[in-house]
Design a binder for this molecule. Sequence first.
Ligand code: ADP
Ligand code: ZN
Length: 650
Amino acid sequence: MTPYVDVMDASAAEVPTVRGEAPTAHGRAALSVLQTVFGYTAFRNAQAEIVDHVCADGDALVLMPTGGGKSLCYQVPAIVRHRADRGVSIVVSPLIALMHDQVGALEEAGVHAAYLNSSLTSEEAQRIEREMMGGRLVMLYAAPERLTTPRFLAQLDSLHERGLLSLFAIDEAHCVSQWGHDFREDYLSLNVLHERYPGVPRIALTATADDLTRADIIERLQLGDARIFISSFDRPNIRYGIVEKDNARAQLLRFIQDEHDGDAGIVYCQSRKKVDETAVWLSEEGITALPYHAGLDADVRRRHQDRFLREEGLVMVATIAFGMGIDKPDVRFVAHLDLPKNIESYYQETGRAGRDGLPADAWMAYGLADVVNQRRMIDDSPAGEEFKRGQIGKLEALLALAETHDCRRVRLLAYFGEPSVRCAAHQNACDNCLSPPVTWNATEAARKALSCIYRFHQNGGQRFGAGHLIDVLRGKVTDKVTQHGHATLSTFGIGADVSEGQWRAVLRQLIALGYLRTEGEYHTLELTASAREVLRGEVQLLLREASASASTARSKRRGAATPRAGAFKDKAPPVPLDAEATERFSALKAWRAEVAREHNLPAYVVFHDATLAEMARAQPQSLDDIAQISGVGAKKLEAYGREILRVLQG
Ligand code: ADP
Ligand code: ZN
């Protein structure tokens, strides 16, 4: 099914294609578009090949991580093809709310683009339809439900007959898959495109990394003949860190204050209620935070999303309803206060940090209760047994990632079948590489806990939860202990030397490792078949030291991070700038904010921080100098060049 698989290294430097050396005529045209329209010097990784292939009428499936640069993979071919009189490219995007900004970014770069959706007045829609039917539009963005209406298909027919239907780009292509987390019914009808316009090339794009979804996309969109481009899914600029929960709110606050003061970030929580409460609490603590979940009014959601995109340093507290398609480049952290469903979700959600390639954090706090909750949600769901088993397998893989003593990046990528090396040498190593966790030989402790549960079973067959088990192990006489006569068990008090927190950590890890599982409404603990191996002393358990050490681990981590904390701290300029350059950077940002407001667009659509920082550093003296800066295309040079010179001259 896979005609071509190309594994690229996303961490590699940009492909050394310099001006004038592109291989084909398409390639030369594409490079020229990249440079003059977008102001970038070179394609990254597989971009050049993908663009070349699509310019030459090929179908493509592009699997690239968030921030990998997918947009240019269809935008550049759309422009090249339009210039060759091939007409209009249709971009299928599921997110009506984001089309305005996507199109705004293209218009800023001087590319004639538009969107059709329900937010337009009928006059506006008619005007855009005229632009489209005249073949003047380079790109038209539309949601799938519009695309497959008879009226729109008739318009496409007419364009097609006149040779003006250039290309279909299907963004967020995983929406076609029931396996993906964003399944959209309307995406299923997109196969009509291939059946109706077989000669028009299609490029489908997604950041979803798992095989099942990939295969589903190929089948449902009939991309069997498409060339498949798979990039590395490593995100070298993201630092992964998972801490043990011990007053999660306070931990979150400390994390934001210490490492991301004034940064934009996303905090994921599982329930709407927790989202609301956390947002209020962060606000009370002086952090600008807004809630986002499906229970809020559509209007409120739109307003909050807009503020997140347009303001600087805003923290969005959200359920998983928030995030897809948000292309804000400077999200500096994604924090999880609750365990995600599985590694796919963790990867998607954390992937929203650091699209701009600058250092960003993926931070999670997790504890015993999270493990128990996730298990219960699966158990309680109405799904079939086989499906549940699959879900549990996926949860266990995530727990293994959370509990690993070893490199998290290696674990994460291995899950997606990608070999990688430990990130110790990376600029942004994970917490485990940065400061290896302290482990202890917990074999004896584990045996005590497991045999205590075994005694419960023998002693009346009743099951108990973690709290009671720990009381018995630590020899605490509670009402419940007395009531069940547990003070007479041989295991009563055999674990008094281990602290309660340490016991919680042991139990959590025993669940994560599959020796224990929780059951039913009261999360009672139950031995699994493999618990025998531990009871018989056949396995040695080296577990993470916890609880009492959780705080030391934290301060250690902070200590270890000090030499490089600068990369996160002075987030104002994304590259190191001296005091005067920092002042110029601030002036440029103030100017940019005004332009963005006038144009009703997010600031990063006008120029990225990195582009402004480079201007502040290099102090261009002329329009020609400005043109050399990455991110400045011809249109922006013309529109803003003089003003930039004026701002820089103070
Ligand atoms: P994705 O859609 O894959 O998440 P984007 O298309 O939003 O990624 O690109 C991520 C960022 O990288 C954007 O800010 C984009 O402008 C930038 N980018 C993409 N390709 C290049 C390139 N060849 N040179 C410089 N910057 C690039
Ligand atoms: Zn690592």
